[in-house]
Design a protein around this ligand. Sequence first.
Ligand SMILES: [Zn+2]
Length: 66
Amino acid sequence: MKERACRHCHYITTEDRCPVCGSRDLSEEWFDLVIIINTESEIAKKLRESIPDAAKVPGKYAIRVR
Ligand SMILES: [Zn+2]
């Protein structure tokens, strides 16, 4: 199943709507990903510096979404 990234919070999902923020604005064109296990880790904080709504729940997040 095709994985798409939410344009809002960058969460990567195979569903039709983002399970994190509820957005249906998903893109098949995304690049690079990070796996967040601990939402308070340094990498999670770093991700939120550029994408404020990212890494609020554990999961896979795209670095760039077109
Ligand atoms: Zn989302």
